[in-house]
Ligand binder design. Sequence first.
Ligand code: MG
Length: 359
Amino acid sequence: MKITDVKIEKFSAPLAEPFRVAFGVIEDSDSWNVKIMTDEGIYGLGSAAPLGFVTGETMETCYLVMKMFAQAFIGFDPMDIAGAHKLMDSMIHANGSAKCAFDLALYDIIGKKQGLPVYKVLGGTDPVVHNDITIGINPPEKMAADADKYVNQKGFKILKVKTGINLADDIRALQLIRKVSGPDVRIRIDANQGYNVETALKALTEFEKLGVDAAEQFLPWWDFEGMAEIKARNTTSVKIMMDESIHNIYDARRAAKLNAADYFNIKLMKCGGLYYGAQIADIAEENGVKCMVGCMQENKISITAGVSLVAAKKAIVEADCDSFMFYVGDDDGIAGGFDRAGGVFTLLDKPGLGIDLDF
Ligand code: MG
């Protein structure tokens, strides 16, 4: 099989409201969809959702890199996923979102060629994934109202609460959220690099009292030693997770060696797609670390891929693939991929990603 053409199209859908985390506000939700055509009539879909302060890519730079890849892939064998990454890595360092778009489109083609959904291509058997929903930073009362809506009206059983600007506000918000959501809802937090070691240790004690399961990325992304210190000094039941620190397999190996985390948050946009995402999960498993798959402001093409990775890998036990529900109308309008009831996602038994999109 050979790649004959590559199309790139912008995908935009309005967010219901701006999304605030400790390091910034996400106002728009643009992504680049890619469609890779082959000489056998099979096509694959992928998507790139760059986020400047995490992946170092803007929409504009991502497009330039994708155009470069598009030219290089004409005539390439889409079944050769390792060769595809070797080619992309030889052209440009990092740029995980641009690489992810092509990686996902190739997996979509591989699944279609094999007659298997992507989660089965990756080795999975169970299509059901339990997903969380994220509460962005707002005044504590507004955060509690959001939690009330998600838990009591929409049936979510796992919340991820953004923190990391001010510990007193974080604790106040978590108290109100626990009150409205009841004792059985699982809560994890994400500080998005907003604390230091001492604040994090103080926070862990308070978070444990509020029944928080896990705490994500307390420190700046580069501070692996600080994260290892927090993990070593953590006497609570709250698990320590790294997100912005873990972009690639080398970060995962370093974090495992330093014993810096109980969990890695794998994001396809950081690591360049499913090929390396699966490898990060394998490194985690070898080292007794668990994983979650998270997301950027992604549409349902890459979300379906992320949920497929959760379904496929034993070490991935949590899912934070919720971005497509923050658009106006609680959905990005892309059909297929998976069915959803509250936070329970069931991947479709269709070849590839199970999404058809005309462009
Ligand atoms: Mg995070």
